[in-house]
Design a binder for this molecule. Sequence first.
Ligand SMILES: [Zn+2]
Length: 77
Amino acid sequence: MKTNQKCPKCGSTDIVAGVELNAGGANTVQLEVCRKQLGGLVQPVEARGKATAYLCRQCGFVEIYADTPAQFRNATA
Ligand SMILES: [Zn+2]
């Protein structure tokens, strides 16, 4: 979808690139990886980065890519 501008679900080429993910406020949603301990305690964020979405206008399917995936290379959830 990112590279060929074609929806993998319905085959449509009516794709909107660069759709922002928004939590309803002024800030764009970011991807975060937090390591979890036994017992459910959450450690500080190990990696954080922006994401860009691609939206199919025919079926509504949304595909999301990290803008800088390399910064998650050593992060584990
Ligand atoms: Zn589609």
